[in-house]
Design a binder for this molecule. Structure first.
Ligand SMILES: Cc1ncc(COP(=O)(O)O)c(C=O)c1O
Length: 394
């Protein structure tokens, strides 16, 4: 076994993460490089962020060009890149209006505010509840944590924000929970990421749409992990054939720079007035210029076709592996958002794969996520799956 590199993590950092021991210093294509020069094939993409991989020439050029211009001026003033990016996202989606922020959790918090503002306008203050589903992950701030189905993340921080509850992914439960007088919004991930790469049943999501529409309840799709090309469509909702009232994006949108976005239809967005929401950094010219490049690349039909093709190759490889190995219980996901359930603790398989040069991330105790850069080739997928299979065999 190679000795771990630089295990001495500084005590200056708050110990909220169990970090892998090696120190990463560089990257090239779909590989990361540590301080001892060891290369790792990356099936994490910085948790679904680095869609274009590492050292991408177009992204570097976009960053250099953006750095020549204004970095930040605040939302007191107009700047072109943010306006162009909003136009682009509107053009690509169901939405009419966009608000930019700085992370996924912040986007969902803002989405809750927009939904409540709109619902209050039609139903008064009683119409304020937000409903999320079993298996959900919407973020770690107080509102989003209340909508996140992870008891160990929630318990130490109670009381969480009020008026937010989690119900089963069951249409009868939903029917009972969706009181038109009291519910403002329903939030769901079309494909649950941290909850185990679970593709929600299409009929279920369609029924959620019907019920929310009939009862004047806003439907929020959290596409922070599954949106922007990851599934082989620009947005995962395209596959379901229904549109939400609000959608949140983040992760890959600005090539690794922090950015989130809330997209909304005119009906709900029109409830928001100057002063109702804000953030100092949101949609600044530097980050928005870079995001314009990234969104163009990720919405290119050739990129989407590539993700579908390589995603199908990865899925077929995982299914074949499941046939051969009794250590895989299930294969799930869509495009290059894939997960496997394993019989032993996911962390142990992940540690062995890392030693052998493959980076993976878990989703719960027994699920491993495969989230490679979207530019990965079929050959690199095959290479990674071989390492994974050997790591599973222990
Ligand atoms: C579906 C989903 N929503 C929200 C979030 C929170 O995003 P952030 O970590 O940028 O706050 C995540 C992050 O993993 C996510 O996967």
């Amino acid at each position: 076994m190679t000795p771990p590199v630089n295990t001495a993590i500084t005590p200056s950092l708050l110990p909220t993460y169990k970090r892998a021991p090696m120190e990463l210093v560089g990257g090239e294509g779909v590989e990361l490089i540590d301080s001892e020069g060891k290369r790792y094939l990356d099936f994490t993409s910085g948790i679904a962020v680095n869609a274009l991989g590492y050292g991408d020439a177009g992204l570097q050029q976009a960053m250099k060009a953006a750095a020549e211009g204004l970095i930040h001026v605040s939302n007191l003033f107009r700047t072109a890149p943010g306006e162009q990016l909003a136009d682009k996202l509107v053009q690509l989606s169901f939405a009419d209006r966009v608000f930019f922020c700085n992370s996924g959790a912040e986007a969902n918090e803002g989405a809750f505010k927009i939904a409540r503002r709109w619902a209050r306008g039609i139903g008064g203050p009683a119409k304020h509840e937000i409903i999320a589903f079993r298996g959900s992950f919407h973020g770690r701030l107080f509102g989003t944590l209340a909508a996140t189905d992870r008891p160990n993340y929630r318990m130490p921080f109670r009381p969480l924000a009020g008026g937010i509850s989690i119900i089963e992914r069951d249409i009868e439960d939903l029917d009972l929970a969706l009181n038109a007088e009291t519910v403002a919004a329903v939030i769901l991930e079309p494909i649950q990421g941290e909850g185990g790469m679970r593709v929600l049943d299409t009929e279920f999501v369609r029924r959620v749409r019907e019920l929310t529409k009939a009862r004047q309840i806003a439907l929020i799709f959290d596409e922070i992990q599954c949106g922007l090309g990851r599934t082989g469509r620009v947005f995962a909702y395209e596959e379901i054939g229904v549109t939400p009232d609000i959608m949140t994006l983040a992760k890959p949108i600005a090539g690794g720079l922090p950015m989130g976005a809330i997209l909304a239809s005119e009906v709900v967005a029109s409830a928001m007035q100057p002063g109702d929401h804000g953030t100092t950094f949101g949609g600044g010219p530097f980050v928005a210029s870079v995001a314009l490049h990234v969104v163009d690349r990720l919405s290119d039909p050739r990129m989407l076709a590539h993700v579908r093709e390589v995603g199908a190759h990865a899925r077929a490889g995982l299914e074949a592996m499941m046939e051969r190995s009794d250590r895989i219980r299930a294969v799930r996901g869509r495009g290059l958002m894939l997960g496997i359930d394993v019989t032993e603790p996911a962390a142990e398989v992940i540690a062995r794969a890392r030693e052998a040069g493959l980076l993976l991330v878990s989703a719960g105790d027994h699920t491993i996520r495969l989230l490679p850069p979207l530019v990965i080739t079929a050959a690199d997928v095959t290479r990674g799956l071989k390492i994974l299979e050997a790591a599973l065999a222990g």
